[in-house]
Design a protein. Structure first.
Length: 294
């Protein structure tokens, strides 16, 4: 069967691309080895933080602000809440580039930002205690995105636009000849004028079928939910957060609908083969050492 565009990988990136391409009138096919949303994808874990005053560099800010506009558009189109404005608190050493970049990007783009010391943080949120030389940057307008719910919404709207989504269809062969794409799965062959690869941990192996040896390394990333006091950590009164510590860069979410405090580590991660079973949180001894330090 012939399509204008084939997308391999129907997670957060792929499903979003499928929605916008089908919305523009393109005959679009999305293929996924599993049934998204699923726990094999980079989108796994229910929620993601969206923050605007970016510690990684102010050049990202225009993209993030545009992304927030599109999330708002998606909420209106679907009639569902996908963004929770919890605010985001970023914490680190007052002399760190992490904190300096946040303040710099907020000033350049006139973003609302409260720069507060460790004592003020303790007063605002009793669930946080920091060393005196740490400080925080609180963005009141940022917050949490429901990533898995967003994938479901993208899928519903893409299908309304005429997109075809085939789950549990693993791609076995990709070839491009004379600007025409041929995709083979276990059962069928598909053709298109264009190809999008958004396969997360499998992107490297798929691109190698096209002799594109891009050095992509899948890594294991863990997070966990912890039982909490809702009077302290509920999302109605506690923000999403990112902490730069001597042990690493950690991030987390308030308790949403009683789920508990979710905490993950942003840096590090062991190299994995995504086709093999990935050990869960706590199954590797280093997990417990890291979390005890946090």
């Amino acid at each position: 069967m012939k399509y204008d565009v084939i997308i391999i990988g129907a997670g957060s990136m792929g499903m979003a691309a499928g929605y916008y391409l089908s919305k523009s009138g393109k005959k679009t096919l999305l293929l996924d080895s599993y049934n998204p949303p699923h726990n094999k994808g980079s989108h796994h874990g229910e929620t993601r933080i969206i923050r605007y005053a970016y510690a990684e560099g102010e050049e990202y800010v225009p993209f993030i602000l545009k992304a927030q506009e599109l999330w708002n558009d998606l909420e209106r189109a679907s009639g569902k809440q996908l963004f929770i404005q919890t605010g985001v608190l970023s914490v680190g050493n007052e002399e760190s580039d992490f904190i300096k970049n946040i303040i710099s990007s907020a000033k350049k783009y006139s973003l609302p930002l409260d720069v507060i010391d460790s004592e003020e943080i303790r007063k605002r949120w009793s669930g946080i205690t920091l060393p005196n030389h740490f400080m925080g940057c609180f963005e009141p307008t940022s917050g949490v995105l429901k990533c898995e719910e967003s994938i479901k919404v993208y899928q519903e709207l893409a299908e309304l636009n005429g997109a075809t989504i085939l789950s549990n269809n693993r791609v076995r062969e990709i070839s491009i000849l004379n600007d025409k794409v041929t995709i083979k799965t276990d059962e069928k062959t598909f053709y298109s004028d264009a190809l999008v690869v958004s396969a997360g941990a499998w992107a490297g192996s798929l691109l190698s079928m096209l002799d594109l040896d891009i050095p992509l390394t899948p890594v294991r990333k863990t997070f966990a939910w912890f039982h909490t006091h809702e009077t302290i950590y509920n999302h109605s009164r506690f923000p999403a957060f990112a902490f730069e510590t001597p042990q690493g860069l950690y991030y987390g979410f308030p308790s949403i609908d009683g789920s508990g405090l979710k905490v993950g580590r942003h840096d590090g991660g062991d190299q994995i083969n995504p086709d093999e079973a990935i050990r869960g949180f706590g199954e590797i001894a280093e997990d417990l050492v890291i979390w005890c330090n946090f």
